[in-house]
Write a new protein. Sequence first.
Length: 571
Amino acid sequence: MLITAIFWIYVFTVVYLYGWYANRMLSVVFQNPVKLPLLLTWLLGLVLLTTTASFFSLFMPIGAWFHLLVILGTVLILIYFFKTGKLSLSAFLEVAKKPHWLTLIIGGLSILTLLEVSTRIPSNPDSGQYHAQAIRWIESFGVVPGLGNLLTRYAFNSSWFVSNAVFSFAFLGRGSFHLLPSLLFLLVVLSSLSSLDSLLKRDVRLSIFFRALLLPFAFNFLASEASSPGTDIPITLISWILLTEWLRIIEAKGEDHRITATVIWVIAVFCITIKLSAAIWLLGGLFVLLLVHESNNRKFLIVNFFLGVFILAPWVARNIILSGYLVYPFPFLDILRVDWKIPLANAISDVNSIQNWAKLSGKGYSFQGHLPLNLWFPDWLNHQTLVQKGILGILVICPIILTSFIIIPWKGGVFLKGFFRQYFPVYIFLYIGGLFWFFTSPALRFGYGFILSAFILVLLTFVFMIMNFWPRVKSFIGYLLTGFLILYQIYILVFSVELRTLPERLVYPADYRELPTEPCKLKNTTVLQPSSEAWMECWYSPFPCTPHCEPGVEQRGETLHDGFRWENSGE
């Protein structure tokens, strides 16, 4: 836990400095200095560092030499800061500005809980199957032609794996740290605490209330993933951050939000490179850009277009090298002719298995083709928990109830009309995102960013309607929420502690599992595969390892860096 805390401080500082510098450059471009919120600044820095690392990975491993470049850049930014004196340290103290004593209690409980859950061995089985090995390939070689032929999931080119490789510190010889998800989680927790503190001081706005409620939802639905480098947790947390900032823009009328909207757009584009199912965030980013765009300002749109290209370009290049496709596994983008291309049939099979696995509750890997709604929906619904069914049911029923409230001529209807007139685009976007999730790959954890956000906003609609009738509720609603959160965090902490392994994790976080392997013979080389007792999980070591041995695959050259292809595909 000691190393985890040091990691948090170091990585936060480095990434924040890059984000601060990127914001300075945007301020020069738009000739409008704007102090961004801490979370947006940090995410902007992460986008800059990850995009740069993705570019460098085309030519070199993301290891010690690249990290030296990161440190050099940090030093140059600090020199620039000392020369200009422009860096504001107040953002580091966002939560610490005379916090309420109740906020401090919840903060202490939350951080202790996060330290506990984030230092364990990752519980996500996908981390064992391909997350950890994909990160190790990036650390060892950068990018390898046709790596997806060894295992198609290695071609699921997530920038989040590049981010983790940048800050894994594997070159120190202490294993590959997988603590970046917990740092992002921590920053969301601190942001929620800041909003909770505002509620206690009677600052009751939708953006404030929404962000405060993220705290219990984050711990309830995501805490178990805090130690895993998987892609579900960053997409959910980043979605929540973007939605909060979108609400803040709506509430702060009359201000110049061009830089904030640009940063939201940049992060929204970055989300696609983390997980393709987040592509709907392109629509959300466009909504925000149009919200602040002035019709005669072409420069604003041109700058945002090229920023999007800057982020996507190295990601597309990595896709091509890993799989032979512009975007894997979409077969309709099959325009390239390279010897390492993953066979088209395998790409189509991957698309079907991703979608049908979620629709048939983990049983649809082998089903190929389109599944009609009537064939999968009953089974899918039956496999949801009572809580999940309740959340989904409320999301279906509440719009009908709220619409009837608006139609009926009464005081509440007038309030709701004004409320929805202000926030309607956010609600529409969340429901569009929910429908996109439902009809593509409806595993609940894939849709938390939309489903839980919509659930919170729908509930808050009723809360704000109540406060409109009884304004006195505003004076104590923060205390009601805080009391609940204190009890909840105590409960979460007590039932999260793993006493058996706690002494081992007080200094270093738990490493990846290491399970037995056996040889996997390819056409002209041998790699490793999990033994029968390893449950198809390779984890990080030994290396290279593939959960599925494909005897028809061959090495393209004399070294692993030459990549892989199917036999005779180069003829």
